[in-house]
Design a protein around this ligand. Structure first.
Ligand code: ZN
Length: 628
């Protein structure tokens, strides 16, 4: 890399701080090396990076304390007892071969989603989705990932690697902090002026309660006499609809619009919060694409996106729901998207669509007869549009060209099975039971492979980035490792060292929402985000549902600011996290336009000193080389 030549200047020229000489630091690092050898890990030198650097902590006591903490942390986190004996001693060759095989498997599945013509079933017409029963090879692959993830020897090994990565970053931060800061201050941007993306939020909750309340009041003022619809031959106005559904022009409180204590740790109560004032009519009016051609939804989206752009140089990736309960979901969204020219009017809004995993609801209502019907309702309109001539001017053809991400969402805390072999095919799934997470995503993967191939989007594939690893069974993360391009949440990786290490090695984008997690499943102070970041996982900060959780006009900045102070992140850390969000959201060509050279992003554009990027690249290379 171009920056490699200049970056190590950090090194020995830097001024040593009185009281903490290089020799003393080396001695402490040697202590770590002893600890490392006791872990049974005899390759990858922990001190290799330190050898390249001459800068030491700015405070002797801080430095000594920190190294001591690191040593303790390595012992407690890595499964090494205080006496230094390893809890388990695996056979590194077997372990590294197993990990390598999983990385190769992931690569195979990932490539299939962009150019996987080999898995497209030619027996099925191009305009129809693939609902064939899962093939044995895929079932074996899925089983293999989960089996190896649960292997205790591999888990012990990965836990050590993750702890070492985290400890290395702690040392790096101490040694390089001042030089990094000097380098960053010489760059042309700051955190607020670099691009960043909220890669996980939902369109129905993308505004804060204050923003929604203000919008409802101003709508009432301006449009109260505007005809909304006809009812029994009589016109119903916007004002009448508002007043009939709990809105009061004199009430300024936002309490009934935002999150409250009843939704804490309760997904069902939380879901109800998406209905303004508990009224489905108001949800349809303000958050639907049908009423008044979805004008209010468009205006709300525009307000949020423009604020994010103007205040934080942020892109938003709100998820719009297509439920699969009928054949018209995509058409309604496409009509709305085209009507308001969302991509042109607010180009910082990136189109993502989510499939809520609520099959039992539609089955009970008799809207579908089987799970296959739901998949057909979701996928067939996409395949029909993809089969249209390239010069087609249909709304569907248009929206499909703008579609970037598919997501799926539901309460993950419900138990389900990982092994989906032997389950009925989707057209035979007629019970009211919800299919397992893996079953849903097997068919999302299978059909996304087909769609990307038909659309010729090898270099710009539609991605699958579902909700995974927020709560409940951790095997979702094993399935996602093969079947998805990235995930939202991912905090359960904290419980799965093998998967966490694999997510790190594969640099799989993870959109973490610590504030959202805190309300629903995991207190803020316990969130593994800071640890995942230090280890080098590709983690971004995202808001999920500003309507429920945030209170300032730019929720994404609120998310970053909260994390900065709670997790003690530096401005360089924030810029690195922002860059991770862009790596998740944009394709290679877009990143090149944004950051410059394809492989060597311009530090003036990322606001990240080259030495930080070099550090991350080097760590990753060392880990990957260690597997060879
Ligand atoms: Zn979400």
């Amino acid at each position: 890399m171009e920056h490699s030549a200049s970056a190590p200047a950090v090194g020995r020229k830097a001024t040593a701080v009185p009281g903490m000489g290089w020799a003393k630091l080396k001695k402490n690092l040697r202590t770590q090396r002893v600890v490392k050898q006791c872990c049974g890990v005899d390759f990858w030198e922990i001190d290799s990076f330190a050898d390249e650097m001459g800068q030491v902590p700015s405070n002797q006591h801080e430095g000594e304390e920190h190294v001591k903490n690191i040593r303790n942390s390595m012992m407690s986190n890595s499964g090494v007892r205080p006496g230094g004996h390893p809890v388990s001693s695996g056979a590194p060759k077997e372990i590294t071969e197993a990990l390598t095989s999983l990385l190769n498997l992931r690569r195979k599945y990932s490539e299939a989603r962009s150019s996987g013509s080999s898995i497209v079933n030619d027996a099925i017409p191009a305009t129809e989705c693939d609902l064939t029963i899962p093939d044995e090879a895929a079932m074996a692959d899925l089983r293999n990932v989960w089996d190896l993830a649960k292997n205790p020897n591999i888990a012990a090994f990965c836990r050590v690697r993750l702890s070492i990565l985290e400890s290395k970053f702690d040392v790096w931060s101490l040694e390089a902090r001042d030089t990094e800061m000097v380098q960053q201050q010489a760059l042309k941007n700051d955190f607020l002026t670099i691009p960043k993306v909220d890669t996980h939020l939902h369109n129905s909750a993308m505004m804060t309660a204050k923003q929604l309340s203000s919008f409802m009041h101003s709508t009432y003022e301006k449009d109260k006499d505007r005809v909304l619809r006809e009812k029994e031959g009589k016109a119903v106005t916007v004002g009448e609809e508002l007043l009939a559904n709990g809105f009061s022009p004199n009430k300024k409180s936002t309490d009934e619009l935002s999150g409250n204590h009843k939704m804490f740790a309760n997904f069902e109560n939380f879901n109800k919060g998406f209905t303004p004032l508990g009224s489905r009519a108001l949800k349809s009016l303000f958050l639907g694409t049908g009423a008044l051609e979805g004008e209010y939804l468009f205006k709300l989206t525009k307000t949020c996106s423009e604020l994010a752009r103007d205040e934080a140089d942020a892109f938003l990736e709100p998820r719009y729901s297509v439920y699969g309960n009928n054949k018209t979901g995509w058409a309604a969204l496409a009509k709305w998207f085209r009507r308001w020219e969302v991509d042109k009017t607010i180009p910082t809004t990136l189109l993502a669509v989510q499939l809520p995993r609520v099959y039992p609801v539609w089955r009970k209502l008799g809207m579908v007869n089987c799970f296959g019907d739901m998949l057909k309702n979701f996928w067939n309109p996409l395949f029909e549009a993809a089969a249209e001539p390239e010069d087609s001017d249909s709304d569907m053809r248009y929206i499909i060209s703008k579609l970037r991400v598919l997501d799926s969402v539901d309460d993950e805390s419900k138990e389900d099975v990982h092994d989906i072999a032997g389950l009925p095919a989707p057209m035979d799934w007629t019970s009211e039971k919800n299919p397992p997470w893996t079953y849903y995503h097997y068919y999302m993967h299978l059909n996304l492979c087909k769609l990307n191939v038909i659309l010729g989007r090898q270099t710009n594939p539609i991605q699958m980035r579902p909700h995974a690893g927020e709560a409940g069974p951790t095997h979702h993360l094993a399935a996602a490792f093969l079947l998805c391009d990235g995930i939202s949440h991912g905090i359960n990786l904290d419980k799965e060292p093998v998967l966490q290490y694999l997510y790190y090695l594969s640099q799989i984008p993870i959109a973490v929402s610590p504030i959202s997690n805190s309300v629903l499943f995991l207190k803020y102070r316990d969130n593994p985000f800071p640890s995942m970041f230090k280890r080098g996982l590709c983690v971004a900060l995202t808001t999920d549902d500003p309507l429920m959780f945030h209170s300032t006009p730019t929720p994404l900045l609120e998310e970053y600011a909260t994390a900065r102070h709670s997790f003690d992140l530096s401005s360089i850390d924030l810029c690195e996290i922002a860059r991770y969000s862009c790596l998740a959201a944009f394709n290679k060509e877009e990143l090149q336009q944004m950051y410059g050279d394809a492989d060597d992003h311009d530090p003036d554009k990322t606001n990240i000193p080259p030495m930080r990027i070099n550090y991350r690249v080097k760590q990753l290379e060392e880990e990957l080389n260690g597997l060879k």
